[in-house]
Design a protein. Structure first.
Length: 341
């Protein structure tokens, strides 16, 4: 599979001939002609959701952090270190690893915007670290020094690195499924830790920051979900039994990995997050992601921490969820007619 040309005046590719990959684009963004309408709708939603990390005042969380138990502090730091790694990886992965092979201009726009948002999330974590930590280097070095985290990161990065080392259609498709795991399981699991602290009335602004990050992640899930669903229609030849078996195994491994990580950062000492609840929640997330791309569910679990959905919902709330004050945000809400989100 070849990277697309950034300048291709010889191309005469029509709108109807556009494809997610393997096309021959001119590389001109002719956006008054769109093949994939879902892509342009998602683009406009992403624009309306623009926000900036500095708008969330973190001063109260510095005081709250000092009052956390030792295990709660460790969990906070480790959950933050995990998110820092994943958004850093994803920013580079989208720009350097995936987008060069995507040959549809309206999807190129989405991936560039997503990469911007991932880098914005990295800035958000920097604001959180600077606000609460006495030693910022300690959190930023965890991805390298905490062997449990490094082992997890090595596994997550491998699928993306396989695409970079051997760019072909199957590896690109596997990277799309890996995105559903990264955005829809690993991130969501990490977010739940911050919501658990907020539910007890602590670290409220950290959770508010996470809510804005999670709103972005919903659109990121939607991008890759729709790419996979579109390819199921346009390139059914790629979805062999062998590939589906491999994808299912990717999800099983992700559930095991994230369950082990959740147990590691909580150590059974975080009220509301037992080892079993963590496992059940991650299995529930895996089933949602599989169902969204028309693959069979593996676990048939209900959400064991359904209260988390209250923190995720931006559509019905016009005030600061945690402090009941009118916010200074005039951002758009998410409107998706898709129960998988």
């Amino acid at each position: 599979m070849q990277r697309k040309k950034i300048y291709n005046p010889e191309s005469r590719e029509s709108v109807s001939e556009r494809s997610i990959f393997g096309g021959n684009p001119t590389s001109i963004f002719e956006l008054n002609k769109i093949k994939y309408q879902w892509a342009f709708r998602t683009w406009k939603i992403m624009l309306s959701n623009t926000w900036f990390p500095e708008e969330v005042n973190m001063s109260a969380d510095k005081r709250d952090y000092q009052m956390l138990t030792l295990q709660e502090k460790l969990g906070y730091d480790r959950a933050l270190a995990q998110l820092i790694f994943m958004d850093s990886l994803q920013t580079n992965n989208l720009i350097d690893n995936i987008n060069p092979y995507i040959t549809c201009p309206e999807i190129n726009l989405l991936l560039v915007r997503q990469a911007y948002e991932e880098s914005l999330h990295a800035q958000s974590y920097a604001v959180m670290v600077d606000s609460i930590s006495a030693n910022t280097d300690e959190i930023y070095e965890m991805w390298r020094k905490d062997m449990k985290l490094k082992s997890k990161n090595d596994y997550i990065a491998k699928v993306y690195m396989d695409l970079g080392e051997n760019p072909n259609e199957i590896n690109l498709l596997k990277a799309m499924f890996a995105n559903q795991i990264l955005e829809g399981i690993y991130f969501y699991s990490g977010f739940a830790y911050f919501y658990t602290l907020a539910r007890s009335g602590r670290m409220l602004n950290s959770a508010q920051m996470i809510r804005f990050i999670q709103r972005d992640e919903v659109t990121h899930l939607l991008i890759f979900q729709n790419m996979i669903l579109t390819l199921q229609k346009e390139r059914p030849d790629l979805f062999t039994n062998s590939l589906i078996d491999e994808v299912i195994e990717m999800f099983r491994s992700a559930v095991d990995l994230e369950s082990s990580w959740g147990e590691y950062i909580t150590q059974g000492q975080i009220l509301g997050l037992t080892t079993q609840i963590i496992r059940d929640y991650i299995e529930y997330l895996a089933d949602k992601r599989l169902g969204a791309v028309k693959l069979p569910k593996l676990y048939n679990k209900n959400n064991p921490i359904k209260w988390v959905e209250n923190y995720e919902d931006f559509n019905t709330q016009r005030t600061n969820f945690f402090e009941a004050k009118v916010t200074n945000y005039t951002k758009g809400g998410l409107v998706f007619n898709d129960e998988n989100f």
